[in-house]
Design a protein around this ligand. Structure first.
Ligand code: AMP
Length: 539
């Protein structure tokens, strides 16, 4: 078995690794570190959770140890698609470089240019940035990229998904032709392949096999919800969420609660707080400092419930999340896989429970088609008609499906339901005092799903060459960038657009017409899984 000490890393880096407690390199580390240390370009095909951050950070620190920082001319550059991911890379860098004198600057939106400028002026070894903020600094003349020796692109498929590929190409062109490039993507969509063919030179390709059983340790279930009236629908849905959380009891140490709309994120967080629950909201419209505080609080356990939008929570490495609660069925089925992948990480078990309003049934069908399994129906604790407890294990799914309220049976074929319509059926009895049924969830084998979500889908890719609306970058803050002409094509395909989209069905159908994006596997792979796969390394 390969050891870190076999990899030719700087002794200071090895010392820092010992401090982290890592015993052996993960496959992506064992595969990527040696060619990176030889100065070769590396094309790493790996998801978050496989240890890929260290696979580029460790050799980078080792290689940079040999030179010195110069004012305004960073020697290396790491690009990450979101602020949170960039901040995560920065944290990793701090941990692994702690015995060196190397310096870094984190260039992300939502923080002041001034402080970042000061750091750049002083000279830093490593710049960790989101593409939009980096281009801003460059355009302000504050940054010279002609001394970049190592450039890392992390989560390239997510960059594609977010419309950043034109920015990445631009940044490649700003850096010297002779640079070393370490390029990571969970999938190799054709557009990503094109970029790597253009900008990488004879890369060592290191591919970590996809998780075979990623979802096996995640129990899943869905509660069908039909409001008593349109007016009461939203209140009742939040009430249902609270009941579901309460029913989980102590098993639910912490949870991420996903909402499709930012507006709901705030309202749901408020409702949970009002109910005495320790909850905070996180979405792209919040100040960066606030987002960072909230995430830190969730990580350290001082916040128990994180109510989040898809964009804000994607890719985050928070190992011990016991529950994912989907307040809505995501309007893009792939997001379901990303969402539930927040739990059951690093060898732990997890529970994913979803609420499906009548109007979301079509989205649920899309999710089930994607996961190639019905998601077991759970009792609705608010419904008088529901028996107190029934089990709905996977084996019994067909039977349990029969029990669920189906709009189509009572109302004929389903038509597009306007977003304002809660799909309420005034005849559905609601008894808020009904006993809380124990949610019973079942495990679904997600192996084929994970492969499908991660697999490139050539006909579903939008080559996005337009500069993206600058204000959409970095997942949020709109005040810190000079205005540029918005590009609707890019915006339409971005997850942030989805987050704002209040007409999920239309958005989905529209995208089906060939405008879907390939979405990376993100952080959906528990790190332990990576260890059981042998890497493939070709040169
Ligand atoms: P990443 O894929 O970079 O997001 O890493 C996922 C998780 O794996 C992080 O929590 C890392 O701290 C952890 N990790 C990285 N390398 C190793 C290793 N060699 N052994 C154990 N854990 C690791």
């Amino acid at each position: 078995m390969i050891k870190f000490s076999d990899l030719n890393l700087d002794p200071k880096v090895l010392k820092a690794i010992i401090d982290t407690g890592y015993e052996t390199p993960t496959p992506i580390q064992a595969g990527a570190i040696p060619p990176a240390l030889e100065g070769r370009d590396v094309l790493g095909i790996a998801q978050t959770g496989t240890g890929k951050t260290a696979s580029f950070t460790l050799p980078m620190i080792t290689l940079l140890g040999r030179g010195r920082a110069r004012a305004r001319m960073p020697r290396s550059l790491v690009l990450a698609p979101t602020r949170e991911l960039a901040a995560q890379v920065a944290e990793n860098f701090d941990a692994y470089a702690k015995y060196t004198k190397l310096t870094k600057a984190l260039l992300i939106g939502g923080t002041s240019f001034k402080e970042q400028d000061q750091l750049i002026d002083k000279g830093v070894d490593v710049l960790i940035a989101t593409p939009g903020r980096l281009i801003d600094h460059f355009e302000r003349g504050k940054l010279i990229l002609s001394d970049v020796k190592i450039m890392v692109v992390d989560e390239a498929d997510r960059m594609l998904d977010m419309g950043f590929i034109p920015d990445i190409e631009r940044i490649f062109q700003m850096t010297p032709f002779t640079r070393q490039t370490l390029f990571f993507s969970a999938t190799m969509a054709p557009e990503i392949e094109r970029i790597t063919n253009t900008f990488l030179s004879n890369p060592a390709k290191v591919e970590v096999a996809r998780a075979a059983t990623t979802g096996e340790n995640i129990k899943q279930g869905v509660v069908m919800f039909e409001a008593s009236s349109k007016a009461r629908g939203e209140d009742e849905k939040r009430d249902l969420l609270i009941r579901l959380i309460d029913a989980e009891g102590d098993a639910c140490s912490n949870a991420i609660i996903f909402c499709n709309r930012k507006s709901d994120v705030d309202v749901v967080a408020k409702a949970l707080k009002k109910n005495g629950k320790n909850a905070e909201a996180i979405h792209g419209d919040l100040e960066q400092s606030h987002r960072t505080r909230t995430l830190d609080g969730f990580r350290d356990g001082s916040i128990r419930f994180l109510v989040a939008s898809d964009v804000a929570a994607r890719g985050l490495d928070i190992p011990a999340v016991t529950h994912v609660l989907n307040f809505d069925v995501p309007s893009h089925a792939e997001d379901y896989v990303h969402r539930i992948g927040r739990t059951g990480r690093a060898g732990r078990t997890g529970t994913a429970i979803m609420i499906c309003s009548t109007r979301d049934e079509k989205n649920l069908a899309d999710v089930e088609r994607l996961v190639q399994n019905p998601i077991p129906r759970l009792d609705n604790p608010l419904s008088r008609a529901t028996p107190p407890t029934t089990t709905s294990p996977v084996d019994d799914v067909d039977a349990s499906r029969e029990d669920r309220p189906r709009r189509s049976r009572t109302r004929g074929p389903r038509k597009a339901v306007p977003d304002v319509d809660t799909g309420a059926d005034a005849t559905a009895p609601v008894d808020v005092a009904a006993p809380v049924a124990e949610p019973v969830v079942a495990v679904i084998d997600m192996a084929p799903v994970m492969a499908e979500v991660a697999a490139p889908q050539p006909d579903a890719i939008v080559p996005d060459r337009q500069p993206r609306d600058a204000q959409q970058r970095d997942g949020g803050s709109r005040s810190d960038r000079p205005a540029r002409g918005p590009d609707r094509t890019a915006e339409r395909s971005s997850p942030e657009r989805r987050e704002r989209d209040t007409t999920p069905h239309r958005g989905r159908d529209h995208q089906r017409g060939g405008h879907d994006n390939v979405i990376g596997m993100g952080a959906d792979t528990p790190e332990f899984i990576a260890k059981s796969f042998a890497e493939r390394s070709t040169s």
